[in-house]
Write a protein that binds this ligand. Structure first.
Ligand code: ZN
Ligand code: FE
Length: 255
């Protein structure tokens, strides 16, 4: 049975996630960017969360932890490596851990790079991954704490998930990511078509997420460091994978 997922905007461009297992009615949140929109989502759906999964310590992902914990008695789960910076944390996880959330099997994937402890949560049977600020639609998180080598390793783990896996991300950055992606992969037909679709969705005020692993593999330059056309555009035909990724990341930082 599929997971029921309510995705909504918080702050200026963060996504809030409230999800429910329809079989047992148990609900959970992924990250806590802002109290008001999360309370509104709970009200709208009638789903009362028991668990809050935290991906990383940034303020725009943990701001409402304590307020929500007080209201709902949430169990807050987050990465061991960042526990000191995650308000109200009850249980810590590491990459490779298998946990139960709302009665479902979740594999914790260690995805450092944006922060050193960033984790992603993979609902295996439901084929959904919550990747927050590691993998974006047509982009990836800035390397605020980690190295290009770490991020390549993290993105490689996500890229290896089944292509039909639904990917939920921390931010609505897709339109500007698409503009940048076209500068390094200008002849990619799928990318061009997707950029048009993204413009259409944004014009209609609609979210561009979730995406899928398959769609990102075909169009996201931050997963395509081996692609000959991208390497040719960068003049890096013989370079190693991490160097190509680092160059794409650097160009995006200066875009
Ligand atoms: Zn972040
Ligand atoms: Fe963020």
């Amino acid at each position: 049975m599929a997971l029921e997922i309510e995705q909504f905007m918080c702050r200026s461009d963060n996504f809030g996630i409230l999800a429910r297992n329809p079989e047992n009615g148990e609900a959970f949140l992924v990250d806590a960017p802002e109290e008001g929109p999360i309370l509104a989502a709970i009200e709208r759906t009638g789903w009362t969360p028991a668990t809050l999964l935290i991906t990383h310590h940034h303020g725009d992902h943990v701001e409402a932890n304590l307020a929500l914990k007080e209201k709902f008695g949430l169990t807050i789960i987050g990465p061991e490596a960042e526990k000191a910076k995650i308000p109200g944390i009850d249980l810590t996880v590491r990459g490779g851990d298998m946990i139960k959330v709302a009665g479902l099997n979740v594999r914790v994937i260690d995805t450092p790079g944006h922060t050193l402890g960033h984790v992603s949560y993979h609902f295996q049977k439901e084929q959904v991954v919550f990747a927050a600020d590691t993998l974006f639609a047509l982009g990836c998180g800035r390397l605020l704490e980690g190295t290009p080598t770490q991020m390549v390793s993290s993105l490689t783990k996500l890229a290896a998930l089944p292509p039909e896996t639904q990917v939920y991300c921390g931010h609505e950055y897709t339109q500007s990511n698409a503009r940048f992606a076209l500068t390094v992969d200008p002849d990619n037909k799928q990318l061009k078509a997707r950029a048009k679709e993204v413009d259409r969705l944004r014009k209609a005020g609609k979210p561009t997420l979730p995406t899928t692993i398959g769609q990102e593999l075909a169009t996201n330059p931050f997963l395509r460091w081996t692609d000959p056309a991208i390497r040719a555009t960068l003049g890096m035909e013989g370079a190693d994978d991490v160097a190509v990724f680092a160059e794409i990341r650097k160009r995006k930082d200066n875009f």
